[in-house]
Design a protein around this ligand. Structure first.
Ligand SMILES: [Zn+2]
Length: 308
């Protein structure tokens, strides 16, 4: 260091020459960086997009902007950071809505702004089944994944949210109450099987929210009732849509260890709650947390929900 400094202090002629050499060396190094990265297999933002089985050959940490916490190799200890957004109603409010309905309803305009922002941030939507497949090492996770869930299967989300999701190249995951399609209760109308089928054609995922939205933690329900209700909800989806779901979204977000056991017995491999959080791993697949999007969300609060 000292030598270099004293060298710089000599005459101007030498200085200019040295300067040119330094600039040349720096330029050559900068130009070489992409080549070095390529040779070492680094590609910005795509470290999680690995085909097939995750092996020991993949050791780098996640890119700075990634949501995923990747340990030194892909193992069963992977914990993914992923916002699983929870919506109920999307679209216009009914006449004289109460506070709860207002809270549960995101306007089409707000919803589209949220989608546009997520798109601009580089988020890619996956389904709950994709998340399951990821833990079975059968799905290559995008570097910025997001999941859009819609509880209850109201017709407004199929009418307003689904076309917007399609417009932005996103997929929706709809938890339907399998004995409710087509019926109206109060200000709520549930999407018909015909509507639901249309969304499925566009790539939507349909999962179970039970047959009748019963609260499984209520003591009045027997084990046999619960088990029957769970298995029949899977059958209803299979009979009407042809697909087999292994995902249950707990009505009211209520669940306990006993209910988890029954859900597993019925064939569910993932249970989704209303608990707040973004970390999903093999150890909490039956207690997957979500991020609730409220009707009164501003873009500022929405961005905070995603970024925090
Ligand atoms: Zn519900």
């Amino acid at each position: 260091m000292d030598g270099g400094l004293s060298f710089m202090k000599r005459g101007e002629k030498l200085d200019n020459k040295t300067l040119l050499i330094i600039i040349g060396a720096v330029l050559a190094f900068v130009l070489l960086i992409p080549v070095i990265n390529l040779m070492s297999g680094k590609k910005g933002g795509s470290l999680l997009r690995m085909p097939g089985i995750f092996t020991q050959t993949i050791t780098p940490g996640p890119p700075k902007d990634s949501l995923a916490e990747v340990p030194s190799a892909y193992t069963n200890n992977v914990v993914l950071r992923i916002p699983i957004l929870m919506y109920h109603h999307v679209g216009p409010l009914p006449g004289k809505p109460d506070a709860l309905r207002k809270d549960l309803t995101v306007s089409s305009e707000d919803f589209e702004m949220q989608l546009a922002w997520l798109k601009a941030q580089g988020y890619e939507s996956i389904t709950l089944s994709d998340l399951q497949l990821f833990f079975q090492k059968k799905f290559s996770m995008p570097s910025k994944p997001v999941i859009f869930t819609f509880d209850d299967g109201y017709d407004d989300v199929f009418a307003y949210a689904q076309p917007l999701l399609k417009k932005y190249g996103f997929k929706g995951s709809y938890a339907i109450i399998t004995q409710f399609p087509g019926i109206t209760m109060g200000t709520n109308t549930y999407a018909s099987w015909h509507q639901i089928k249309g969304a499925v054609k566009d790539g939507a995922e349909i999962v179970s929210h039970t047959q009748d939205h019963f609260d499984g933690t209520d003591k009045k329900y027997s084990d046999s009732f619960i088990l029957q209700n769970y298995t029949d909800s899977i059958k209803d989806i299979k009979n009407n849509l042809g697909n087999n779901t292994t995902v249950l979204i707990y009505p009211y977000g209520h669940y306990n260890a006993h209910l988890i056991d029954l859900a597993k017995k019925a064939g569910f491999e993932m249970g989704v709650t209303t608990n707040f959080g973004k970390s999903v791993g093999l150890n909490n697949l039956m207690e997957v947390p979500r991020v609730r999007v409220h009707g009164h969300e501003t873009m500022e609060t929405f961005q905070k929900l995603i970024n925090e």
